[in-house]
Structure formats: C-alpha cells, structure tokens
Ligand binder design. Sequence first.
Ligand code: NAD
Length: 265
Amino acid sequence: MSATDTAAPGSGLSFDLEGKRCLVTGAARGLGLAVATLFVQRGAHVMLCDIDEAAVRAAAGELGEKAAAVRCDVTRAADVQAAIDATVGAFGGLDVLVNNAGIEIGKPLHEISEEEYDALMAINVKGVWLGMKHAVPALAATRGAIVNMASVAGLGGVPLLGVYCASKAAVLRLTQTAAVELRETGIRVNAVCPAFIDTQMVERLVAPFEAATQSEFGDVVAIKQARLGTADEVAETVAFLASDASSFVTGSQYVLDNALTASVL
Ligand SMILES: NC(=O)c1ccc[n+]([C@@H]2O[C@H](COP(=O)([O-])OP(=O)(O)OC[C@H]3O[C@@H](n4cnc5c(N)ncnc54)[C@H](O)[C@@H]3O)[C@@H](O)[C@H]2O)c1
C-alpha cells in the first residue's frame, strides 16, 4: 500500500457539525455545556450526560429538540455503555465523543486523602479511558472523532493541583496512544489543554489557592494568562477537532492558554 492509498478527504472539509451525532460527558454546566451548546448551534445532535441528572436534563431542555440527556457516572462502565447506547438509539449513530467530565482537588499533595485521590483518578482518568473503550465500535462505524479534555495542568506542575496534574498528564498519554492504535479505523483522537477558564471549577479553587499562597488569585491569573478564558473559547477548539475540517489531525494536544506556557517567568 502506498501513502496515497489511505483515505484522505481532499475537498469539502467543513467546520460545521451538520448531522454529527455527539455525546458530551460532564455536560450539565461549564465547559461541557458550552461544547454541547456550540455543537447544537453548528447543526449537531447532542446527548448531554452528567452525574447530576436534574441539571443535565434542564440543560438539554434549554437546547431544544436536537439535544437529549442521560444520567451517567463516567467511572461506571455500565453507565458509559448505556450513554453510548442511548446516543446511538436516539440519533442513529455516534460521530463524536467528548470526554469532558472531570473534578479538581485544591490541596497540597501531602494533605490529599486516599479517598480523594482515588475519586479524582477514577473520574479524570478511568472515565476518559472507559469512554474511549466503549465508544470504539460505534465510532469505527462512522470514522468518528474523540476529543479529551486535558489541561495545561497536564503539561507541568501546579501548586495544590498535583493529583489533578497527574490525571491530566495521563489523559494526554491515553489520547496519543489511542490516536495511534485507532488510526487504521479512521477514528481521530485529540486533546485540548485549557489554562484557567471561567467556570465553577475555577471559582472553587480561588479560596484554597489564596489561603495557601497568600496571593490574590486574580493577580496570578493576570500575570500568567492576562485573563480567564471563556468556556465558549474552549468550545470553539473542541468543535474544530470534532469537525471534518480537522480530518488530518489526530494524536494532538491543543493548548488554549493565552501564552501561559510560552513564558518561563
Ligand atoms: N475550568 C477550567 O479552568 C479548566 C481548565 C482546564 C481543564 N478543565 C477541565 O474541563 C472539564 C470541565 O471542567 P469545568 O470547569 O466545566 O468543571 P465544572 O465543575 O464546572 O463541571 C464539571 C461537570 O462534570 C460533572 N461530573 C463530575 N463528576 C462526574 C462523573 N463521575 N460522571 C459524569 N459527570 C461528572 C459535574 O457534575 C459537572 O457538571 C474537566 O475535565 C476539567 O478538568 C477545566
């Protein structure tokens, strides 16, 4: 086989998501909800899933008839399989999986309990792995795309976020490995690495961060990244990676950080 024999859509690449059938985890609020909202605006059908059933049903209701909701704890294989089945059942297939659900712990490493460590790793790492594992058959049928929510915290250390950093580094390695393993199936797998984005997760981090560092959180954000990013800005990159416009992009990590990681000071 020569390199030119492999499937390569040469034209008609589109940024829109018309007709795409998508599943977004952790979609009741924050980045997941912004992704689901933009996907619907771009023409996709979206299954929103979250462990917070009331909130995710309300969110899907706001998005109208192209959206539906299912309760799913991403740490449970049966829930993840059921969410994929629900997506295929509702929309007729699966084109895009966004593994977005995640939690944070804002504590020094030596103060984190074993239970907290296990819970974070189960959601942030096992949840992403389970999503990919169970979605492969449906995505192989459509030559679909996976977008995993990592973080700049996966690229280096951050005070108070050590276990979170480890979990996001793991997401990046899972993403790369899956991209290579799945290349022949046509499934693309990419990750995004946002810096601090204006969501409830960051609101929860302000008090522990200020207590531990004696610094104003806003001052640190101003120095490191000038401003908080918005969930809509992250959603735009996720939408690109979900779209046919990124047909030759797989195994990549897109950094959205307003040059935070470009600076050594
Ligand atoms: N906000 C940021 O600054 C930032 C930056 C980089 C990466 N991220 C990542 O983006 C993702 C979303 O973050 P966010 O800021 O929107 O957080 P958020 O706390 O606002 O929302 C997270 C959502 O995930 C859901 N969730 C939690 N555990 C779950 C489980 N077991 N199963 C299913 N759903 C579950 C929550 O109910 C919630 O709706 C996370 O993976 C986070 O690590 C966030």
